[in-house]
Design a protein around this ligand. Sequence first.
Ligand code: SAM
Length: 265
Amino acid sequence: MNKYLYQGHMVRQRFGQHFLYNNNIIAAIVTAIAPKTGQVIVEIGPGLGALTIPIVKLVSNMTVIEIDRNLVTRLANNYFLNSRLNIVQQDVMTIDFDKLSAKLGQPLRLFGNLPYNISTQLIFKLLNYPYAIYDMHFMLQKEVVNRLIAVPNSKSYGRLSVIAQYFCKIIPVLEVPSTSFKPEPKVNSMVVKLIPYTKKLPFPVNNFTNLTTLTKLAFNKRRKTLRNSLSKFFTPQQLEKQGINSKLRAENLSVEYYSKLANLL
Ligand code: SAM
């Protein structure tokens, strides 16, 4: 992409900047989030405030996390926003969300039109904080949302699906065409809602590291049968004893069965 100026801001590609400018889409996202006074609202990547402004009008103050110095300066100098925003100038990947939630006094309602270059990594990170987060609304590449909501036996089903569905209820919210952004991304987008299970996980494991290890092993060799990919931990007989056909592949196994196996390690 050549140099691209939007609302007087030199767009930085390395920060995945695609600014929302379709007002109907913005309104639909705000309606989906439905922020209420008293809730702790946190936006990742506020940019030029396309979502921040309509949201903060509903709650009077909120926290934003933005890496780009120039954008932070603009937000801080915005007469309407400066008294209403708690601006954290930091890489979101380095934020401790347990500490942030403790500081702000309750589980966070997180949202953001996420930079696509870090979105998958960021979701894996956020899943480590189920008690610090009340819910999340994220704009993501449609392909990433498809992976989040994928069910077994489908091409999109992978480690992200298993880990995200282990921790959260996931609800697709709205498709967003690339023409809704400046500059336009090459891919279509989608808003998704994730709600961490805080009371009871549907398929709890004794040790989450075991679930991570197992899913990495299985999906790193997703074309291999489970008897091959999981041979380090299970014999075909042990798999069959759990009701798992050892000739199946990683993509055929449900979250329930991954959890079952993780509890045997
Ligand atoms: N929310 C704005 C909108 O919808 O128009 C901007 C969305 S833009 C896709 C992503 C935003 O995230 C940009 O403001 C970018 O600077 C910011 N960003 C990118 N990487 C970040 C990081 N590692 N930590 C915090 N913010 C980041």
